[in-house]
Design a protein around this ligand. Structure first.
Ligand code: AMP
Length: 542
């Protein structure tokens, strides 16, 4: 017997329509590429999204067509999210930090018909435009006054495109499993692969991340979206914001410490999310200038392991509620968030701090287990480390165009490529990525743990640990460090700092000081580049 409730599909357009009806005057604030700060409301965003949907139809965009974006976080990008998905097409967010060849490949693989770009990326677009023959129009996301003088075929301008359109457009209703957005993974090996989200997966994920033990979003919050909208849909915030009706603040391209601090203060931001590298710059800026937040209360940190020293600084020095989270593009992206339970209230401060370092509990909807190499589930004892596999309604089943074949295990779980433990309370702790873990004499050394200790040293700004070939042990850890400006630190002093914190055989075999570490297009440490740079490195005594 079937239940007798309505079968209303979960549509992305229903989010912006809801925000317009219930939060029509709530603000969306954007720092723009053109200069001034732009302010409008959910009502305005809804009107313009419908105008844009009509304009796209006029340009011949149909169901399932891909529309690319090369843009910072801002109101026009937000309108594209809703207009493109809402009309039944697919918004393909492209990472502007990709190289020319990668860009041409991704635009071609996605078969983008139109690409929208922020003015910052005019030069970036000019070169590949001719090579991307499938793209019929390139649209500069600006007004006529700022239209770039560039040799780009089929160049249009956003404001001209929508200016003549009415907003008389009814969002169509269709199968909630229809594709809505496409995002390519960083592709640490092989070609980048597309992750294709659906209306249903996006809505369920938006619900889950709004809950109190996740982002805890509400109509009274002012939320800054630091995570780029080209990095897994800014972790879902543009959707969840419309769902709850919070004030939304977009930083544009200014992601340095000073700009972010000023924006947080000016817009009374109380909640944000960012990767550790962004926080590192913001913390440095605030410490150098002896600043404090007056409104910010909450941050989620993920995308890479958040070092304990960072959690300590943000919570003790800046008074923030820090929630460590874990996920991946293939998971929309949020899988776990760290929030304490009622029973943890009485825990001594140090035990609570130790708990907060873990990557957190799975959101309802995400099933997770750790398995050994034969795929056998390991105990949930917080000690048995294995490969983390996941399943759930916002977890990838196949890559776009079935690239790479079937990624799932025979029993239907997605291997994440991460190694970790799960404890009896369900908290996940990531010890490493399977390709970053250092295999020494048949045992594993966690590169994340060694990095976390290094950045706990007051003279260290950033650290990476990679495995270097070793004739006897197979691999041994090399620590690569960026010192804090003006810091005086020797290899011996840094290695001595590890004493008592790890087993002796985990101690890095050598330390190299560098001016900066390489990062991927999404701002994470690029171990791939480091392994390449240090592939001929000779460890002492080898
Ligand atoms: P991406 O798909 O680019 O977002 O990368 C996903 C990968 O980032 C995961 O598979 C993890 O290896 C890593 N990652 C994300 N969050 C965390 C975290 N909190 N701690 C450790 N690694 C993380």
């Amino acid at each position: 017997m079937q239940g007798l409730m309505m079968d209303v599909p979960l549509m992305i357009s229903s989010l912006i329509r809801h925000a317009d009806r219930c939060h029509s005057d709530t603000e969306i604030v954007s720092r723009t590429v053109e200069g001034p700060v732009h302010r409008y409301t959910y009502h305005d965003a809804h009107v313009r999204s419908r105008q844009l949907a009509r304009a796209l139809s006029r340009l011949g965009v149909h169901n399932a067509d891909r529309v690319g974006t090369l843009a910072w976080n801002g109101y026009r990008h937000f309108e594209l999210y809703y207009a493109v998905s809402g009309m039944g097409a697919i918004v393909h967010t492209i990472n502007p930090r990709l190289f020319h060849e990668q860009l041409v490949y991704i635009v071609g693989d996605a078969e983008d018909r139109i690409v929208f770009f922020d003015l910052t990326f005019t030069a970036l677009v000019e070169k590949p435009a001719a090579a991307c023959t499938g793209v019929k129009h390139w649209v500069a996301m600006t007004d006529r006054a700022h239209r770039p003088q560039a040799a780009i075929p089929g160049l249009l301008c956003y404001e001209d495109l929508i200016a003549g359109e009415s907003d008389d457009f009814d969002w169509p209703e269709f199968d909630e499993n229809t594709a809505s957005a496409l995002c390519y993974t960083s592709g640490t090996t092989g070609k980048p692969k597309g992750v294709l989200f659906s209306h249903r997966s996006t809505l369920l994920h938006a619900y889950a991340i709004s809950l109190p033990d996740t982002k805890g979003l509400s109509a009274s919050s002012s939320v800054l979206t630091i995570v780029p909208m080209f990095h897994v849909n800014a972790w879902g915030i543009p959707y969840a914001a419309a769902l709850v009706g919070c004030k939304l603040v977009f930083p544009g391209g200014a992601l340095d410490g000073a700009s972010l601090y000023r924006l947080i203060e000016a817009e009374a931001v109380d909640s944000t999310s960012a990767v550790p590298t962004v926080w590192m710059n913001l913390i440095n800026y605030m410490q150098q200038n002896k600043l404090r937040f007056s409104t910010l209360k909450h941050t989620t940190i993920g995308g890479a392991a958040c070092p304990p020293a960072m959690i300590r600084t943000l919570s003790d020095e800046f008074g923030l509620r820090v929630m460590h989270g874990w996920g991946m593009t293939e998971m929309s992206p949020v899988g776990t968030i760290n929030a304490p339970k009622g029973k943890h209230r009485g825990l001594p401060a140090d035990a609570r701090f130790q708990l907060s370092l873990k990557q957190g509990r799975p959101l309802y909807g995400v099933e997770m287990k750790v398995v050994d190499f034969e795929g056998r589930e390991l105990p949930r004892d917080g000690k048995s480390a294995g490969n983390v596999v996941v399943r759930g309604p916002w977890v990838l089943r196949r890559y776009f165009k079935e690239a790479g074949g079937n990624p799932l295990t025979p029993d239907g779980w997605l291997p994440t490529g991460d190694v970790g433990t799960i404890d009896a309370d369900g908290y996940l702790q990531i010890t490493d990525r399977s390709k970053d873990v250092i295999k020494s004499g048949g045992e594993w050394i966690s590169s994340i743990e060694l990095e976390n200790i290094a950045v706990g040293h007051p003279s260290v700004n950033e650290a990476a640990v990679i495995g270097i070939r070793h004739p006897k042990w197979d691999e041994r850890p090399l620590l690569i460090v960026v010192k804090r400006p003006g810091a005086d630190l020797t290899k011996e002093a840094l290695l001595a700092f590890y004493e008592g914190k790890i087993a002796k055989w985990w101690l890095p075999d050598d330390v190299v000081f560098v001016d900066e570490l390489p990062h991927t297009a999404t701002g994470k440490l690029s171990k791939l580049t480091l392994r390449e740079q240090f592939k001929d490195y000779q460890l002492p005594g080898c």
